[in-house]
Design a protein around this ligand. Sequence first.
Ligand code: ZN
Length: 425
Amino acid sequence: MSFAQRDLPSGGVSCATKITNITVIPAHVDQVYENQDVEIACDGEITKISPHSEPTEEDSTHFAQFGDDGFSTHIDGTGKFLIAAFSDAHVHLPKEEELERFFQLNLMNGVTSMRSMRGESWHLKIDKNGYYTPKLYLSAPPLVDSSFVNIDSLQKSIQQYAREGWDFVKLLSVDTSLNYTKLQRIAKAAKIKVAGHSPHGVSIQDLCNQGNFMSIEHLGGISDLSDMEQIVYAIKYTNQAGIYHCPTINWAHSFQFTKEKLLAQEGLKYVSQSMTDAWDEELTESAKGRSEEELTQFRMMVKKHSSMMTSYLQFLYQQGGNLLLSPDASGAYNVPGYSYHDEIQHFKEVGMSNREILHIASSNMADMFGEREEWGMLKTGATTDLLILNSNPLADISNARDIDAVLMRGKLIFSSDIKSNLLHP
Ligand SMILES: [Zn+2]
């Protein structure tokens, strides 16, 4: 344990944390506050941020008399940086037996909130208060073309999803514009939101007019448009409708790499054998029947596609589109948590400032769920998870990987502890 002293209070009542003399980077404002003391309550609420003060002699006498100063954990933040933790807005939860490791990999990379995009019925049973469980937003099992064959049973399913407590409905595909309208009518009546793939045959304008769509994944609807003016309008419509774009550049991007390159990834040593076995199988399957030359050609094509997607992201950014950050780490050798920082690099490539990236990463998902004031911003009164970094992410955004500790729902978790847990279970 590098710098925390866990003096449990004699009364045993408090579990609050105090970080002293740290540089606070709020990211939702263009300000940096050096030498701050930050107090965090047991439930994770940030209760006080104030200029650092050394304890006075009077304080010491007081603490000696009462046994503690009300904080169970003291952290010396000298030379460290405090930022709000990250949200991954497009997650495919792994098999149940991989779940805890998946959460740990994300946690040690700073991701403490997730939106699941491919619901399976067992997800409702996940222990939301589990030690490593992030804040979870769950999608119901996804809707596909065949879900619309019988509208009555679609209506029953959606009413059931709303009753069961799913956070939203994921749309993978819908065959006609008319069926999309029906879906929206049903979902609105059931008071459940819809998010997912921009449906073919439904224009962005029609999508936006329904008033119940949360986010468009993978730049759908935008990357199909070839005309710049159309794209400008499409972005404008989505902004007016409060719809977010979750570009997920890294998923496709990662297909351009050879296995040799994939195997060189830093985070791989923390991944389970069964997961790498599944990835190997996936790679073998996709290479089946293709010559070396064809594979090289395929990688070139992916590279071209990826740079096109990046230019759409750039355009979205320049036009003020609402953005969500996620690598959609569901492909072979997309290492959970680590991939999140690869997506951050794609955001960097399009000219965003480091502060803007931090803001999108920590706050935009809360904003989309209408919880802007509750969490996601580093400010007094918010129940925002926090990251203590060893180096300054404003100087270099890759320093956002340099995580010393995470404060999730008031719990202090060191990344070095998670790493050694994963290596020596
Ligand atoms: Zn996905």
